[in-house]
Design a protein around this ligand. Structure first.
Ligand SMILES: *[C@@H]1O[C@H](CO)[C@@H](O)[C@H](O)[C@H]1NC(C)=O
Ligand SMILES: *[C@@H]1O[C@H](CO)[C@@H](O)[C@H](O)[C@H]1NC(C)=O
Ligand SMILES: *[C@@H]1O[C@H](CO)[C@@H](O)[C@H](O)[C@H]1NC(C)=O
Ligand SMILES: *[C@@H]1O[C@H](CO)[C@@H](O)[C@H](O)[C@H]1NC(C)=O
Ligand SMILES: *[C@@H]1O[C@H](CO)[C@@H](O)[C@H](O)[C@H]1NC(C)=O
Ligand SMILES: [Ca+2]
Length: 527
């Protein structure tokens, strides 16, 4: 009985009496109707829904079979890892299984036979769903905890990664960071990324097996010891920038950087006792449903919120079709105790009939036109209902009108195009000679140089004469003795001194003509 009470006390703050229903049927003076509340799913053991990946390939022991020993028994290297024998295999799935009392099952790496090359391994957990931690992450190591490791997380299904926590027996040496403890953080530093030395020092492999990411201690900064004042935590989660995100992730990666050393330096003559072995990774959290669902189910291999408040999407991150009068908003823990549902509203219910396709929260009545129009359309939209794209943007034909990305930037090449507008398929209007959807190409017989210019020479029609070569369609490089745009002119034609055979009257006539021509040209230029 005492046990049960202790258990209840321990779990109460996380079970959390409120935010567990999304709506209830109430009777008011106006008759019965639904009342809506901010709501969230219960915390679950997230390891049951995870997919795991271990890197690099070949890091799992047993292929080929290998011997190993322990720090406690370093000279009895008779244990064997053999991937082809079920009893001796240590595949990654053993980090997530249910264990019988007292019998640890674990993933194990190869031994550090390539010392001094580092023994590195990545263990990546993916949920394909945003989850929010509600309790510590606890990683259990058999045969000793790593002397250096770190946690990283992703919020976008593994596209980008961020450091989460660093672990080392000497933080300064390993990461150039001072050692910190979560217990010493304050309300303003509650989401700081720290390096801790609490879980990396040798303490005997049987005694200290766990490495933690301390979620409860961070909650306690606001909610106090035993997390009694959860209201304060919820208030802070709504107001402190980045705090909610700190506990949110879609993927978690553990980077193992140096194994347990048994409290001493590496002994090269016995490398069979250096390896990683992880028997359990406990991740307790809930589906992130933006306070629009209290149920989260596992369907077709992925977690999925069962959205209420007329929202939809894996995280209830948008409004259902026909409920997009207002922009979507997450529910809020505030005001206490029931929060705000911030439900999506059906067209016609909020602002008369002014639909803004979710691109505006505000409508206004224009007196002299006698119309209601959306104000400050977002997402590059414009128009009475935010139904058009701003100039310089075009409509994405495959997106719905209420999609945030419905308007795509034209992105016309500034030099090649006439202006910054484009047609409905994103084609810009090009200057002469330019081509391509964005006018950043040239038509055939044009070359690009801060714009498109007609070819001076090429290999087909405008061929350089007399052995001249065409340089990037821009000019002919003429051999000595020739000039002209296409090297079509012999220098002899104008320079009688270099030539000997031509008649002098003919030459002087030519000279006269050319002089006259250049005089005329000069007049033209001066003019
Ligand atoms: C582990 O992941 C990091 C990126 O987070 C990568 O740079 C590193 O090469 C990976 N290590 C191994 C052993 O695959
Ligand atoms: C991830 O979840 C989405 C939405 O439930 C699903 O469509 C997709 O197939 C899932 N991807 C993987 C790799 O499981
Ligand atoms: C959602 O829409 C339905 C109608 O389909 C309505 O009955 C219900 O009250 C709406 N819920 C909320 C929270 O607005
Ligand atoms: C157009 O919208 C669809 C659907 O939302 C999207 O998949 C696609 O990437 C968008 N196209 C561009 C060019 O942004
Ligand atoms: C946009 O312009 C391109 C190129 O001129 C043309 O092929 C396309 O049909 C135009 N699209 C529309 C919708 O007018
Ligand atoms: Ca296990």
């Amino acid at each position: 009985m005492l046990h049960l009470v202790a258990f209840l006390l321990h779990c109460l703050p996380l079970a959390m009496g409120h935010y567990d229903i999304c709506k209830s049927w109430v009777t008011t003076d106006d008759g019965p109707s639904w009342e809506f509340y901010a709501c969230q799913p219960k915390a679950m053991r997230m390891k049951e829904y995870v997919t795991v990946r271990v890197d690099p390939p070949g890091i799992t022991c047993g292929d080929p079979p290998e011997r190993f020993c322990t720090h406690e028994n370093p000279y009895l290297c008779s244990d064997e890892c053999d991937a082809s024998t079920p009893d001796l295999a240590h595949p990654p799935k053993l980090m997530f299984d249910k264990e019988d009392e007292g019998l640890a099952t674990y993933w194990q790496s190869v031994t550090w036979s390539r010392y001094p090359e580092p023994l590195l391994a990545n263990i990546t957990l993916s949920w394909n769903k945003s989850i929010e931690l509600t309790d510590d992450i606890v990683v259990t190591f058999e045969y000793g905890r790593p002397t250096i490791m770190m946690l990283e997380k992703s919020l976008d299904n593994g596209r980008t990664w961020h450091p989460y926590q660093y672990y080392a027996d000497d933080c300064m040496e390993a990461f150039g960071m001072p050692a910190r403890r979560v217990r010493d953080l304050s309300t303003t530093s509650a989401n700081r990324i720290i390096c801790t030395e609490e879980y990396s020092r040798w303490a005997g492999s049987k005694k200290e097996k766990n490495v933690r990411l301390e979620v409860r201690d961070r909650f306690a900064i606001f909610a106090g010891q035993d997390l009694r004042n959860m209201d304060n935590l919820y208030t802070r989660l709504e107001s402190a920038k980045g705090l909610k995100d700190f506990f949110t992730m879609t993927d978690l990666r553990m980077r193992l950087l140096r194994p347990a050393l048994g409290g001493t330096y590496v002994q090269r003559e016995n490398l069979y006792k250096y390896f990683y072995a992880v028997s359990n990774i406990e991740v307790t959290g809930r589906c992130k449903c933006n306070l629009h669902a209290n149920l989260c189910s596992f369907k077709e291999g992925s977690l999925q919120c069962e959205c209420e408040h007329n929202t939809t999407g894996q995280d209830c991150g948008k409004c259902k079709k026909n409920f997009r009068t207002r922009s979507w908003r997450a529910g809020s823990y505030l005001p206490l105790p029931n929060g705000s549902p911030n439900a999506c509203a059906a067209a016609g219910s909020a602002f008369g009939n002014c639909e803004c396709y979710g691109h505006s929260n505000r409508c206004s009545y224009i007196d002299f036109l006698n119309v209601v129009t959306c104000v400050s359309c977002k997402h590059n939209t414009r128009g009475q209902h935010c139904q058009h794209c701003r100039l310089g943007f075009y409509r994405n034909g495959s997106a719905e009108l209420d999609d945030e990305n419905v308007c795509i930037e034209c992105n016309c090449n500034q030099i090649g195009s006439l202006h910054d507008r484009c047609n409905e398929t994103g084609y810009c209007e090009c200057r002469e000679g330019a081509s391509g959807p964005k006018c950043d190409d040239c038509l055939p017989n044009y070359y690009w140089r801060q714009g498109c210019f007609p070819n001076v020479c090429d290999e087909e029609l405008l061929i350089c004469q007399n052995g001249g070569t065409c340089y990037q369609n821009q000019r002919c490089i003429c051999p000595a003795g020739y000039k002209g745009v296409l090297c079509e002119q012999s220098k002899c034609d104008s320079d009688n001194k270099a030539c000997n055979s031509a008649s002098s009257t003919y030459l002087s006539l030519t000279f006269f003509l050319i002089s006259a021509l250049s005089l005329q040209l000069r007049c033209l230029l001066d003019f």
